[in-house]
Design a protein around this ligand. Structure first.
Ligand code: C5P
Length: 230
């Protein structure tokens, strides 16, 4: 880990477990930086698509990882905005199709390796909230608190459905559930960095739990390990 003095909180888990919302709110409450690692994979997938780079062209994908500059900003409500070379790409990376492509590039071991440094650069004072699939197992194995958020597949599909509705996009609940199950399966069974809880992670099932209750639970864990000035 680059700086053992700077605390890291990792939030891993499957799609729709609430990681993004919880991570954004925690980054605001703690005033720590945020790493939405899924956004990094999504941005890579978008650039590859725009440049017509095939998923099998690992060398070109790695070249992209070296040249892209991704910035994450969190507003006062904990909502994150993703900038690629300064341009807001938040809306274009959030589609289901982009999530699918991100999951495909994320299954390539050399691509994951190439993205390690880019993700670790987010580790800066006063602290980092890192959200993804392998934050606690691979990217930040020395994190002070590791949380594995989960929820039933049905609830995760329903949350995604509501999110799409809020964005004015229509969704099909059954198709979303199938997509979530397929993506989870690919993330869990890939050879490198599969989606599994770190051996020292605290598992939190968010099914039926209000977001604030999950945030408070995680904060209480962080306070057991970090002494805050106020
Ligand atoms: O979290 P999000 O849905 O934005 O992630 C998109 C995809 O990126 C995931 O389905 C997963 O395949 C991949 N991913 C990953 N490792 C991470 C974060 C995301 O493999 N740390």
């Amino acid at each position: 880990m680059s700086n053992p003095e700077v605390p890291v909180l990792t939030l891993d888990g499957p799609s729709g477990a609430g990681k993004g919302t919880v991570a954004g709110l925690l980054s605001k409450r703690l005033n720590w930086h945020l790493l939405d690692s899924g956004a990094i994979y999504r941005v890579l997938a978008v650039i590859a698509e725009r440049a017509a780079v095939a998923m099998g062209d690992v060398e070109s994908l790695i070249d992209i990882t070296h040249s892209m500059t991704v910035t994450l900003q969190v507003d006062e409500h904990g909502k994150s905005q993703v900038l690629l070379d300064g341009a807001d790409v938040t809306a274009s990376i959030r589609s289901e199709a982009c999530g699918e492509r991100a999951s495909e590039v994320a299954a390539l071991p050399a691509v994951r390796q190439a993205l390690l440094q880019c993700q670790r650069e987010f580790h800066r004072p006063p602290g980092l909230v890192a959200d993804g699939r392998d934050m606690g197992t691979v990217v930040f194995p020395d994190a002070i608190v590791k949380i594995y958020l989960t929820a039933s597949a049905e609830e995760r599909a329903y949350r995604r459905y509501k999110q799409l509705m809020e964005q004015g996009i229509s969704g099909n609940l059954i198709a979303l559930l199938e997509d979530i199950n397929a993506r989870d399966e690919r993330d869990r069974t890939r050879a490198v960095s599969p989606l599994i809880p770190a051996s020292d992670a605290i598992i939190v099932d968010t099914t039926g739990k209000p977001v604030e209750a999950v945030v408070d639970l995680v904060l209480s864990q962080v306070r057991r390990h970090v002494i805050f000035a106020d």
